[in-house]
Design a protein around this ligand. Structure first.
Ligand code: SF4
Ligand code: SF4
Length: 167
């Protein structure tokens, strides 16, 4: 049976890596209000220090996203200084779950030799399917909060959570 993006089993050696996923090509690190609160609590920083409001041109939706380059990246070591409370987008890398398109993507080239693709039945590593519930809840929150910020004529695509490649 062909592997789907959800069942790809990966293992990464992030300790050896330097800021590659923090410069990922898809630069919308969406944030829920709960994620923002976790980061402000952990760091003592104000929301305005690291959050930008960005409008998606297709839907008109106004989303909260991490202002990049990320203030939580230690430029000298290339390490994340908020690793234990980092946002879900960072946690899922090298996968990227896009709440607007409903699609999941895979960016193995960012990890380079720090990524190993494992057999689906390996006892090591992880796959995106394990995070399905967390991702669905996160997308619901992202949209609920975007709706509150957006103009009334903003339009929202139907969820594609049952299609191949969807988060
Ligand atoms: S790019 Fe890949 S290996 Fe590097 S820190 Fe990110 S997830 Fe880990
Ligand atoms: S929160 Fe951490 S992992 Fe995410 S972009 Fe910032 S430094 Fe990188």
């Amino acid at each position: 049976m062909p592997q789907t993006i959800h069942s790809l089993r990966v293992e990464t050696t992030c300790a050896k890596c330097k800021d590659n996923c923090c410069s990922q090509p898809y630069d919308w690190v969406y944030l829920t209000q709960a994620e923002i609160a976790r980061l402000t609590d952990a760091t003592g920083r104000q929301e305005s220090d690291f959050v930008v409001k960005r409008t998606n041109v297709v839907t008109g939706g106004v989303f909260a996203a991490l202002d990049l380059p990320c203030v939580f990246l230690d430029k000298l070591s290339g390490k994340c200084t908020v690793h234990s409370v980092r946002p879900l987008v960072c946690r899922l890398f090298p996968f990227y779950a896009d709440p607007v398109t409903g699609q999941a993507m895979f960016y193995p080239s960012q990890c380079g030799s720090n990524l190993v693709l494992l057999s689906p039945d390996s006892s090591r590593g992880w796959n995106l399917a394990q995070y399905r519930g967390a991702v669905e809840e996160w997308i619901r929150d992202i949209w609920k909060e975007a709706l509150k910020r957006s103009p009334k004529n903003a339009s929202y695509p139907a969820s594609k959570t049952d299609s191949e490649g969807s988060p």
